[in-house]
Ligand binder design. Structure first.
Ligand SMILES: *Cc1c(COP(=O)(O)O)cnc(C)c1O
Length: 402
């Protein structure tokens, strides 16, 4: 039998070292649980950074995929297919918008949103050629492509990958005064995560998103909300922007939209904004393919019931109540988040976030360190209360040095 160690060594030898995975080799998974090659089970409290909001092997989603696999999986956009109209109509409706631009990965959706905003700036707002600016926030994570890392503030994400794409201005996250100052007549968009995920689940100060909404409306700037990680139920609402009653001009969606089965991402906006494109100006071979549409349609149907959002809100309260309880132990210095999503800052005496994550693997729980001292927790929204409690008991024990 091939052991986990053999498989890890072979992966190390033959894959680019862009990741430093925790030492678990998953073979199968169901719901909130994964099983490794030796048959050991682990509770997955990361859920693919929110890509697995509906759990591993969700029956409804797998069935939708299987049905579509047997029909047609790819046409390219050279032709129409019979799931495309429903996907675009229903996703637009879920977002309260009018049009959808379907792509594959999240980074590709962010790139597409930047292109959309620039084109809107030139064609609708009247920004002079080549002058369009997009304002972003420090600590952002919007993906890994060359343009997207051009406006990252993470040295690891940027070093040796220049020259960088111009046209971006970075302001501190959560600072409305800085945002106001950064907006000029050439600003076409503000691109923000409503909660910064990779940065450590950073929730902006109350009123920030609403303030950005007001500023961008006043100054005729598009508010582009990257809800790739925060959206689709994670925070207890369909979109994290809803917590401040904010409706952005553009949603960027991904991760859970593909049901944890395949990459499905999209830019969703009004006809005024997405209507700027003409045939040939943007595209993707796999974007909006029949299999992607079939799975995403099932995701949308599940979100329409509101049950996953309600579950995230309810279990989220439990999660945060328990995590706040750890603050008193001295092993945790801060707890942040919303809904079934948390960043837990580990005190130095409890070890690094990486060490805590490694010790949790040994106890059968999967989480992942974010930047710095933060352990991030984003269980599948289908996790049971008992399983969540079980996982949090193990987190408490590990932090306690037990
Ligand atoms: C994951 C993520 C992305 C990038 O998505 P990929 O599918 O990995 O390219 C972009 N923005 C946010 C907020 C994310 O969490």
């Amino acid at each position: 039998m091939t052991t986990a160690e053999d498989l890890i060594a072979a992966a190390d030898a033959h894959s680019a070292h862009t990741y430093h995975p925790l030492p678990v080799v998953v073979a199968t998974a169901e719901g909130a649980w994964v099983t490794d090659v030796a048959g050991r089970r682990y509770l997955d409290l990361l859920a693919g950074y929110s890509a697995l909001n509906f759990g591993h092997g969700n029956r409804r989603l797998v069935r939708a995929a299987e049905r579509q696999l047997a029909r047609v999986t790819l046409t390219s956009r050279a032709f129409h297919h019979d799931r495309f109209a429903a996907f675009c109509t229903e996703l637009a409706e879920l977002c309260g918008m009018e049009m959808v631009l379907p792509v594959n990965s999240g980074a590709e959706a962010v790139e597409s949103a930047v292109k959309t905003a620039r084109k809107w700036g030139y064609r609708v707002k009247g920004v002079p050629a080549e002058m369009a600016k997009v304002v972003v926030a420090g600590g952002n994570f919007h993906g890994r492509t060359t343009t997207v890392i051009s406006f990252s503030t993470d040295p690891q994400a940027r070093a040796d990958f220049g020259p960088y794409t111009p046209g971006f201005e970075i302001v501190p996250y959560g600072d409305l005064t800085a945002m106001r100052r950064a907006l000029t007549e050439n600003t076409v968009a503000v691109l923000l995560e409503p909660i910064q995920g990779e940065s450590g689940v950073i929730v902006p100060p109350a009123g920030y998103l609403a303030g950005v909404r007001e500023l961008t409306r006043e100054r005729n700037v598009l508010f582009v909300a990257d809800e790739i990680q925060s959206g689709l139920g994670r925070t207890g609402r369909t979109f994290a922007c809803e917590h401040e009653d904010v409706v952005p001009d553009v949603y960027v969606l991904g991760k859970a939209l593909g049901g944890g089965i395949l990459p499905v991402s999209a830019v969703v906006s009004s006809a005024e904004v997405l209507g700027v494109f003409r045939p040939g100006e943007h595209g993707s071979t796999f974007g909006g393919n029949p299999l992607a549409c079939a799975v995403a349609l099932e995701v949308i149907a599940m979100l329409r019931t509101g049950e996953y959002q309600a579950r995230a809100a309810e279990l989220g309260e439990r999660l945060h109540r328990r995590l706040r309880g750890l603050l008193g132990t001295g092993a945790v210095t801060a707890v942040r988040g919303r809904g079934l999503w948390a960043g837990v800052d580990v005190a130095p005496r409890a070890g690094t976030a990486r060490q805590v994550s490694e010790r949790l693997v040994e106890r059968g729980v999967l989480v992942k360190d974010a930047h710095g001292p933060t352990v991030r927790i984003s269980p599948p929204l289908v996790v049971t209360e008992e399983d969540l409690d079980w996982g949090l008991d193990r987190l408490a024990a590990v932090l306690d040095g037990a």
